[in-house]
Design a protein around this ligand. Structure first.
Ligand code: URA
Length: 203
């Protein structure tokens, strides 16, 4: 099957999937989140990025990667010469998981069963879009894509083949770059280098 191309029915299938995801009850996370944050971007995008899960701002805005991690990621994409508007952007888990502390909602990492429950959506997105390359941003995304626990260090800086024959790359999540204290600039440069490597695969 063709990759990075779109069949006549792909857009219709994707719209129907997005609609179905609005009512997702595959795990308990829908109960506290404001809404499902589905993927966005062109359905014929050659590049798909997978994050972990929407954060506080994404949960309210209804779009992936609009908060602080998204802003840093946008900057890194710009530095790598990748136009976000040309890519499809989604998350391994489609509802915000958090713990309430007073008025604040504190991000909680999704666990194995939650990632597993949400894998169905990502598999459908992959099947419909068939991008040439999928990039996992962080360990949760990589776990969802590969169907097993993987470490970033062991997977980074090389291409991997997914079960459906597609190509995947693994790099850190932009929130890691917000948190990291030592070698911040080096870590950012390494992240941009990973993105450049991916961009070059598409040239
Ligand atoms: N982090 C993610 O992994 N995804 C988002 O959409 C926002 C923050």
């Amino acid at each position: 099957m063709r990759r990075g191309g779109i069949g006549d029915n792909a857009l219709t299938a994707w719209e129907a999937l997005r609609e179905e995801a609005r009512g997702c009850t595959r795990c308990h996370l829908y109960k506290c989140a404001t809404q499902t944050i589905f993927g966005e971007g062109p359905v014929d995008a050659p590049l798909m990025f997978v994050g972990e899960q929407p954060g506080d701002q994404e949960d309210l805005a209804g779009r992936p990667f609009v908060g602080p991690a998204g802003q840093l990621w946008n900057q890194a994409l710009g530095d790598a010469g990748i136009d976000r508007r040309q890519a499809y952007v989604t998350n391994a888990v489609k509802h915000f998981k958090f713990e309430r502390r007073g008025k604040r909602r504190i991000h909680q990492k999704p666990d194995g069963p939650e990632i597993e429950a949400c894998r169905w959506w990502i598999e459908q997105e992959q099947m419909i879009l068939r991008p040439r390359i999928i990039v996992a941003l962080g360990a949760t995304a990589a776990r969802s894509l590969f169907g097993r626990v993987v470490t970033i260090t062991s997977m980074r800086e090389r291409a991997h083949t997914l079960g459906d024959g597609g190509e995947a790359w693994v790099t850190v999540h932009p929130s890691f770059l917000l948190r990291v204290r030592d070698n911040k600039e080096e870590e950012y440069a390494r992240f941009v280098k990973d993105l450049v490597q991916v961009r070059k695969r598409l040239e």
